[in-house]
Design a protein around this ligand. Structure first.
Ligand SMILES: [Zn+2]
Ligand SMILES: [Zn+2]
Length: 324
């Protein structure tokens, strides 16, 4: 019997046929290298771009190529075949992404103000500050990641544990398939919540502008990879990074799996605060939330503000309490 390659297979079919798991040696080999290769490749080209006069523009160029590459590989090496099916959320996903990206210039302005680390004015202040500017760039970026991740971790964890904040974060979790296009699907309020927790840490630490840019780029690349529908065997990397495997647990409907793995890039704070979760089995393909979410972008923007919502999801509250 020939194995279907790209078409949808009914739920009744064996799981091997529904998922993207392939025994082809080339596919298996690729599944080990695809995650690190994509990440390192994107970081490499971003660092080249940073040496030009247009670092931000170069990053956006790399990001677009990166996204299209992932979109292509998802068709060739899918993790879940069912996730290749259209969920009619592409319009909403793109609208959320553009709105968030549109708000980004505001954050860039903040970045420039605080990124004055490089100007003469701020040079004295930073010289007395705690930021180790003499460290190699790689070490500085790693330090920025560890510091900012502390904020990102708590932004994300509180978004799951405080019911009012969850309303906004639920927009992200309402998807029923994971693929590169829902990477940027966050309610604007949810995005600001994360920025509020993470950016001040970087600024207080006195991280220079190029370190902040590289941190932002890596966060964008890892963020897209966590949502990709590519079969990745990340092995020991799962202990350190927020890999697709780790984030698929996070999108589980079962909150014992879903209320875990809050790290944006790193698993460090999950390890320390006891929310790290991984098991040697495939995370569920049936993902999403247990409450209603409007299908349209406008509906999703308005829904978290609706008063009746809190009353309308006792099931969610009950399950969430039970899980915590
Ligand atoms: Zn979440
Ligand atoms: Zn996600």
């Amino acid at each position: 019997m020939s194995e279907p390659q790209n078409e949808y297979v009914a739920d009744a079919a064996p799981r091997e046929l529904i998922t993207g798991v392939s025994d082809h040696p080339g596919h298996r080999l690729a599944s080990y290298f695809v995650w690190p290769a994509l990440l390192l490749g994107a970081v490499f080209f971003t660092s080249l771009g940073m040496q030009t006069d247009y670092p931000l523009l170069s990053f956006y160029g790399v990001y677009v190529v990166f996204a299209l590459t992932i979109g292509g590989i998802e068709r060739l090496l899918p993790h879940e075949r069912t996730w290749l099916q259209d969920d009619h959320q592409s319009g909403a996903n793109i609208a959320h992404t553009l709105l968030n990206k549109g708000a980004l210039p505001m954050l860039a302005v903040i970045g420039v103000i605080f990124g004055l680390a490089e100007t003469e004015q701020a040079a004295d202040v930073v010289a007395d500050g705690i930021w180790p500017s003499e460290w190699p760039m790689v070490a500085q970026v790693a330090l920025a990641m560890v510091g900012a991740e502390f904020g990102l971790y708590w932004a994300h964890r509180t978004a799951h544990e405080i019911q009012f904040v969850w309303r906004f974060h639920a927009v992200h979790h309402s998807v029923t398939r994971l693929w590169f296009l829902n990477t940027g699907r966050f309610h604007l309020v949810d995005s600001f919540w994360s920025v509020l927790f993470s950016q001040p840490i970087l600024f207080l630490m006195g991280a220079p502008a190029d370190v902040i840019l590289m941190f932002g780029a890596i966060t964008a690349f890892i963020g897209m990879l966590t949502h990709c529908n590519i079969e990745c065997r990340t092995g020991v990397l799962d202990y350190v990074f927020n890999t697709p495997q780790m984030h698929r647990w996070h999108h589980s409907k079962d909150l014992r799996e879903g209320n875990t793995n809050y790290g944006e890039n790193l698993m460090l704070w999950d390890q320390l605060f006891g929310t790290y979760f991984n098991e040697p089995r495939r995370p569920p393909a049936d993902i999403g939330i247990q409450t209603f979410m409007p299908p349209t972008f406008v509906g999703q923007m308005v829904h978290p503000f609706r008063k009746e919502q809190g009353v309308a999801d006792p099931m969610m509250s009950a399950t969430r309490e039970e899980a915590s």
